[in-house]
Design a protein around this ligand. Structure first.
Ligand code: GTP
Length: 441
């Protein structure tokens, strides 16, 4: 991004006013020096009739930590943020639909920052529609394997089950073993938590549906890769009345609030997985990449805001990694990183998000995990690394890691804050001699 021209440069200014991207130049206090017409149009819904004179004030309701972030967090090339999504809620009749913008901010010189804003509402709506279509075709496509249709209540408990529909291929669960069981127990061990099921119900309420994939388990203990679609049931007429007025004196029968469609998609997993890996995984180690981590972390934080519950983060950094590269070569360093990624995959649950977020730096987000258990699992990982040997050119190589642990609380505003805390603990572990786990300071 080049610096914006001084307000005297008439021809260039004219061009800037005409570009279909919002551009705003402002100073460190947010005072706007220049704003083109597209930016003015995009920011107007946030101004509440006031003048568009301070950039941070306009975004304060949606991004309260933006000012602090601009002061404290910039990448070496001056980027404060890139691709940050802003959702402006619908406000009928003036704005019948919500509006989604992306924001990038770059500091271009002392006291001069430039923001670019793009309206991606149409694109996001198209993507959501496509996902929705895909979800539905997924759910109803006959396929070659098992499929089950059921109902679950607002606690995430299965209250209805038809596991052997017309295809005659069930999912290895009988009605009697499934009804009354929490949906989480149909998944393989560690694949989902009961809290995550409740999150999905809330997401289904908000979006009209929720679809995900994961390892599920049959009654005989064998696993299959399944897609699980949840759709809220809108109760009408007699059903709604019956539900509002349960039988006097008796326990009301559990009511299905969501339709549940489970499909065994084991045969599609290989191609779906290859596609997912391409965009979501780190090429060297095969675990989640930085982008996947931040997407997952934003979602977890959103869930935390809707329903606070334990959430912890580990930052893991290989010790004296430069020395490993220098002594044994870059290929040995790469082998160590791949080895560490394997240990991460073995140590954490499927519901945890383990990712390589930098050169020799890894992060793991642990939903539904308080500080004590997070410290415990971090210590287990540290020990497993310290005990292991990596074979490099037939010779055993040992290495260690330092780990910083942080946990979510209501003073934390965004994922950046949580990472900063875990980072602080990590640096304390390094300073205290390495091969250590440190919690919040
Ligand atoms: N082999 C390999 N090395 C990498 C990769 N990414 C980053 N590095 C190296 O990782 C090293 C990190 O070194 P430093 O940040 O100085 O840290 P350190 O040597 O691990 O020291 P401490 O963190 O203080 O224990 C640098 O030499 C990078 O070149 C990679 O993908 N493969």
């Amino acid at each position: 991004m080049n610096p914006l021209p001084e307000p005297g440069d008439a021809a260039l200014l004219e061009l800037l006013y005409a570009v279909p991207v919002g551009l705003v130049q402002f100073d460190e206090d947010g005072r706007i020096a220049l704003i083109n017409s597209m930016a003015a149009q995009l920011l107007l819904p946030l101004s509440d009739g006031a003048r568009l004179d301070n950039f941070y004030a306009l975004l304060d309701g949606l991004l309260p930590s933006l000012r602090a972030q601009a002061l404290t967090r910039q990448s070496p090339d001056g980027m404060v943020c890139d691709g940050l999504r802003i959702e402006i809620e619908a406000d009928p009749p003036r704005r019948p639909q919500s509006q989604i913008l992306t924001l990038a901010i770059k500091k271009i010189s002392q006291g001069r920052l430039v923001a670019t804003l793009k309206d991606i509402s149409a694109q996001v709506r198209r993507e959501r529609q496509l996902q929705r279509n895909e979800a539905w075709s997924h759910a109803i496509h006959p396929g070659t394997r098992g499929r089950a249709l059921g109902g679950i209540d607002e606690r995430g408990v299965v209250v209805d089950w038809d596991g052997e529909p017309t295809t005659g291929k069930g999912l290895g669960h009988g009605r009697d073993t499934v009804i009354g069981r929490p949906l989480a127990l149909l998944y393989a061990d560690g694949a989902i938590t009961e809290e995550r099921v409740l999150d999905r119900l809330r997401e289904a309420d908000l979006n009209g549906w929720s679809l995900d994939e994961g390892w599920l388990q049959r009654d005989d203990g064998s696993r299959y890769w399944g897609s699980v679609l949840l759709v809220p049931l809108r109760l009408h007429g007699a059903d709604a009345e019956a539900d509002a007025d349960p039988v006097p004196g008796g326990d009301p029968a559990p009511v299905a609030r969501y339709t549940l469609v489970i499909r065994d998609i084991s045969d599609q997993r290989a191609s779906l997985e290859a596609h997912r890996r391409e965009s979501a995984c780190d090429h060297l180690t095969g675990i989640a990449n930085r982008r996947t981590f931040f997407d997952a972390a934003e979602l977890e934080l959103l869930r935390w805001r809707r329903a606070p519950r334990p959430l912890s983060l580990l930052m893991i950094d290989a010790d004296r990694f430069k020395r490993i590269n220098d002594r044994h070569g870059h290929a040995a360093g790469d082998a160590v990183l791949r080895h560490l990624a394997v240990l991460l995959s073995l140590t954490f649950r499927q519901v945890d998000v383990a990712a390589r977020i930098g050169g020799e730096e890894f992060a793991v987000l642990l939903p539904s995990t308080a500080l004590g258990p997070a410290l415990g699992v971090a210590e287990r990982l540290r020990q497993a690394v310290a005990d292991a040997e990596v074979a490099v050119d037939g010779l055993p190589l040992r290495y260690t890691v330092s780990i910083g642990v942080a946990t979510m609380d209501d003073t934390i505003e965004d994922i950046g804050d949580l990472l900063k805390r875990a980072d602080k603990a990590l640096y304390a572990a390094k300073a205290a001699g390495r091969n250590l786990v440190m919690g919040p300071l």
